[in-house]
Design a binder for this molecule. Structure first.
Ligand code: ADP
Ligand code: MG
Length: 244
C-alpha cells in the first residue's frame, strides 16, 4: 500500500456549539480522484477549507505525504503551494489581467522570478486553450473562461493536490462543459483531486471514489458505479432520489 497523498483522521470541527465535521476520516491516494457529495450544509466546503488551512479544526489530524499540515516545516505558504483550491465564485482579481492573476501568488508569495512565473503561466494558458487571453481582464471573459483561469491560477504553483468546490455551480449550463473538460484532463494527467460537485453524472464519470456526507459525517463511500446504482444507506438513497 502506497503512502496516502492526503490522510485525514478523526477530523472534528465546531462552529460555536454546532458540530459541522463529525469524526471524518479519509485517505486519498496519489492520483486518486475523490468526489464529495451531499446536501447543502452537510460540511463539504468546510472539509475542503480545513485541508487547505483556510479554517481551523478542533480535533483530528490532516497530513500531506505523511506530514501534518500543522507541522511548522510547511510554513503557511508552503502548504498553499502544494494544495490548490478553486471555489464556486472564481474570485479573480477584477483589476488585474489574466496574466497578473495567475502570476501574483507565484511572484509575491512564493518568490518565483517574474520571467519564470510568466513563462509558466503562458505555458499553462496554452495548454488549456487560452493562449490569447493573457492580457484580458476578467470582465472581458465568459464565466466558463474565468473559471478556467481560476483553475490555471491554482495550478501555477504546481500543487500536488487540487481541491475543487462546486466549480461549475455558478456557470450557465452551456459553459459547464468546458470546465469539466479541464478537470477530466487533469485526471488524465494524474492530478490528485478532491472534488465537491452537484453534477452527479460527472462524479460518476470522473471519481475513483465517492463519499456521501450528511450532517458532517461520511455516511457512505464507494466506487461510483456501486454508490450511485446501489446506495446502501437510507440517507444516500434519499439524497440520490431527490437529486437525480
Ligand atoms: P456544504 O458545503 O456541504 O454546503 P458547509 O461546509 O458550507 O456545507 O457548512 C456546514 C455547516 O457549517 C452549515 O451548517 C453551515 O451553516 C455552517 N457554517 C459554515 N461556515 C460557517 C461559518 N463561517 N460560521 C458559522 N457556521 C458556518
Ligand atoms: Mg459548500
Amino acid at each position: 500500500m502506497t503512502l496516502p497523498r492526503l490522510s485525514i483522521e478523526g477530523l472534528t470541527k465546531y462552529f460555536g456549539e454546532v458540530l459541522v465535521l463529525d469524526d471524518i476520516s479519509l485517505d486519498v491516494a496519489p492520483h486518486e480522484v475523490v468526489c464529495l457529495i451531499g446536501a447543502s450544509g452537510s460540511g463539504k466546503s468546510t472539509l475542503l477549507r480545513c485541508i487547505n488551512k483556510l479554517t481551523e479544526f478542533d480535533y483530528g489530524t490532516i497530513a500531506l505525504d505523511g506530514v501534518s499540515i500543522d507541522d511548522p516545516g510547511w510554513g503557511r505558504n508552503g502548504l498553499y503551494r502544494r494544495v490548490g483550491i478553486v471555489f464556486q465564485s472564481y474570485n479573480l482579481f477584477p483589476h488585474m489581467s489574466v496574466m497578473e492573476n495567475i502570476t501574483l501568488a507565484p511572484i509575491k508569495v512564493h518568490g518565483i522570478a517574474r520571467a519564470e512565473a510568466r513563462a509558466n503561466a503562458r505555458e499553462l494558458l496554452a495548454a488549456f486553450g487560452m493562449d490569447s487571453r493573457g492580457d484580458a481582464y476578467p470582465e472581458q471573459l465568459s464565466g466558463g473562461q474565468q473559471q478556467r483561469v481560476a483553475i490555471v491560477r491554482a495550478l501555477a504553483t504546481h500543487p500536488e493536490v487540487l481541491l475543487l468546490d462546486e466549480v461549475t455551480a455558478a456557470l450557465d449550463p452551456e459553459l459547464v462543459g468546458e470546465v469539466l473538460a479541464i478537470i477530466r484532463r487533469l485526471k488524465a494527467e494524474g492530478m490528485t483531486m478532491v472534488i465537491v460537485t452537484h453534477e452527479m453524472g460527472f462524479a460518476r464519470e470522473v471519481a475513483d471514489r465517492v463519499c456521501f456526507l450528511s450532517d458532517g459525517r461520511i455516511v457512505e463511500e464507494g466506487e461510483p458505479g456501486t454508490l450511485f446504482s446501489a446506495p446502501r444507506h437510507p440517507r444516500t438513497q434519499k439524497f440520490l432520489q431527490r437529486i437525480i
